[in-house]
Design a protein around this ligand. Structure first.
Ligand SMILES: [Mn+2]
Length: 238
């Protein structure tokens, strides 16, 4: 059986309150996040998981300080060195709304870090894309509405109409992917929340099937072997 470790919303740089640790110089609160991240990485290695799926938000700040990048990078490199295929999906906090800016996970792709797979655009990963693992992943990273509009060549004159158009196009893409699923392999659906109008946000669930969103309906209909993974938050902006 395939062993998958999923986590999300690391936000390791949230350090608004509290003292600094005199030895590392890092905020004590950050040390808590890093300890939790160590537990995740240790578990992935000790349990010999086949795949790690991170569903977005390594940091809170989309321009993280080098110290935080070092700490995140050290831990991802442990997964890489252990030879564990690791998917890092770009979340809303990992991406700048400004066109052309790199996201916070960019360097792993630029430097082609072994076993680290960055999802920064909608993608359907098959076994051949995932080092031969018998698994499929539908990756839908965070895309700001302006970027989504540009990618889909939509104009934004009427917000309600635009939301509907976006929803339809995303649903179309997902439906096409779902039609191509190989029933021989399990499939994971990896995405953060979609950023768009309130109406669409309310209709898009974090987990497949838990809320009445087009992706959820399509996925439930398509395959009982499909599992949704995502970020989880009860409040906007997380
Ligand atoms: Mn988050």
């Amino acid at each position: 059986m395939l062993k998958v470790l999923h986590f999300a919303d690391a936000h390791i740089d949230i350090a608004t309150y509290g003292k600094h640790d005199p030895i590392t110089g890092l905020p004590v609160r950050v040390l808590d996040f890093l300890k939790a991240l160590d537990t995740i990485v240790d578990t992935a290695i000790s349990e010999k998981v086949d795949l790690v799926i991170f569903a977005g938000d390594a940091y809170k700040d989309r321009t993280p300080a080098p110290t935080f990048q070092r700490e995140w990078g050290r831990r991802m490199m442990r997964l890489s060195a252990a030879g564990i295929p690791t998917i890092l999906l770009v979340g809303n906090h990992d991406l700048s709304p400004a066109t052309g800016r790199a996201h916070t996970l960019q360097e792993f792709a630029t430097l082609a870090v072994p076993h680290i797979h960055i999802i920064d655009k909608p993608v359907f990963l098959k076994p051949a894309d995932l080092e031969g693992l018998p698994v499929q992943v539908l990756g839908l990273p965070w895309i700001f509405r302006s970027g989504l509009m540009a990618a889909l060549e939509l104009s934004g004159e009427d917000p309600d109409q635009l939301n509907q158009q976006l929803e339809n196009r995303i649903s179309d893409v997902l439906t096409q992917w779902l039609d191509q699923l190989d029933p021989a392999y399990p499939c994971y659906f990896d995405r953060p929340r979609l950023r768009s109008g309130r109406g669409l946000r309310q209709r898009t669930g974090h987990y497949v099937g838990q809320r009445p969103d087009p992706a959820g309906r399509s996925c439930q209909r398509s395959s009982p072997r499909l599992c949704g993974l995502g970020t989880y938050s009860q409040s906007p902006g997380c």
